[in-house]
Design a protein around this ligand. Sequence first.
Ligand code: AHR
Length: 570
Amino acid sequence: MIDWQSGNGYIANSNSNPSRKTISQPCLQYAINLPMDRRSFLHATACTSAALLTSSRSAFAADAAIEITPQPAGPVISPHLYGHFIEHLGGVIYDGVWVGANSKIANINGIRKQFVDDMKNLRAPNLRWPGGCFADGYHWRDGIGAHRPRTYNYWQASMPAGYDHTEPNAFGIHEFMRLCRLTGAEPYLAANMNSGSPGEFHDWVSYCNAPAGTLSLADERAANGDKDPFAVKWWGVGNESWGCGGDMNPADYANLYRRFVTQFPAYEPKPILVAVGPRGHAKDLDLDWTRSFFESMTTGGHRSHVDGLSIHYYTDFRKTEERVATFDARGWFDVLREGARIESVIEQHWAIMSKYDPEHHTRLVVDEWGVWYRVGEEIAPNYLLSQPLTLRDALHTALTLDIFNRHADKIAMANVAQTINCIHSLFLAKGDQYVRTPVYSVFEMYRPHMGAQQAQLRIHCEDLKVPSRTGASATMPAVSGSASIQGKTLTVTLTNPSLDAPLTAKLRLTAGDIVEGKGTILTHANMAAGNTFDHPTEVQPAPLAVSIHGNGSAITLPPRSIISLELRLA
Ligand code: AHR
């Protein structure tokens, strides 16, 4: 039996660790006709200060009616949905994570201390490493022992002229495992299926997991400083094999997958094997990859099993004019709407998987997700794919995490790409400069969902009509969210994407009363605000007063805001 949920606690004592009438998901965005035209209502409340976070105007009809059914609770929201990813790419590992033991920057045996502290604070459940594209060219032996070779890094080809990306291999499996222990994150390793072989992969598994005193590989691990096995459970079998990981078609990949897993060394813990899945952000959602992969795996009497199917979904604005921090209302909504498309990607691939695997032995692993803008706004030229993050990206994060929560029955793990100095980062670091981005704050606000059970949330609300770059009329939900229950604590997270209109919401429990409530809000007057090295606290969460009455609460979400409520039930 696979233990899908055990995020947090890898090291036991390290860290306790549209317009209207739309009905979309079974427990999600319902819309009804409202008694009052929303625009005129909004006009009526325009004098409501954005700082007045709890509406006292209960006489007014609300924009949204939110109905929550705490019991019976739904599936557990695995902590692993709040997972991470770091790769040997630009400034992610070297400088971002690894500063070296002799650095003046505060470090723990070479690992940036502030990064460790912040990951602990988030109760980071897992960490995917060493890639990404890098993984399919990485030989694990280069990163152990005293003498480490300098080797080629896949990302060299993307470096600006005059910059080098030679891999020093100073950060290898032992350093990665130390980082996992320090933060409490479970390791998730990716096999090299491209320049590597099944044998090299199996040796890595043995090196990591064979008990001390058994194999020579275990002795070698002990001689390199780690007598105890690393107990790695999550194994990615390749990465993006349709692209940088080998440019394969799904049937060829399935053949190779089987060769890589059939003689997987049988050490504890029982592995969770994650196969390469689709490029979810492709125009056609890459549905054929999933279909053909499972077709190949399930015909011909093959015996290899697949525990997880990776999906990569980038909100991909690389080939557009969209900039990170200079944008208008169209750009704001285009990014949020494109990000929310991940829900349909999850549902459509899941539907295909249902055909081949009706009992759903295989779950989805969204091991790369985030907004990816065009190049040109890096924090330094050699910090490839680094980009500042703004309030827009924070709302994108909230919408995504709410979608993950709502599909907790389908997703075993998700990993933001990437945690530091790359794409959708929670942190930016350059030398002694370090900043938490607004994305970090969303992870922090959503933390109570981790390990809680999904609670049914119904939102009755008109959709928002929004501008779009193409000029076509577009809509998106005026409020999105998710809810979870853990013991007597109900956590509700909600997002108002409107740029100019506050949204009042009446929350109502279908059973039981609320005895106490507190909340947190993330917003800013400027939609493009972000935290920089010079202004690290520009976008910060703030406490939100919550007034409760019996089984309900009336809340006002200012425009451009995310709120998180923790409600204690009677
Ligand atoms: O996250 C950056 C890159 O995006 C990864 O290396 C690759 O897997 C994906 O294309």
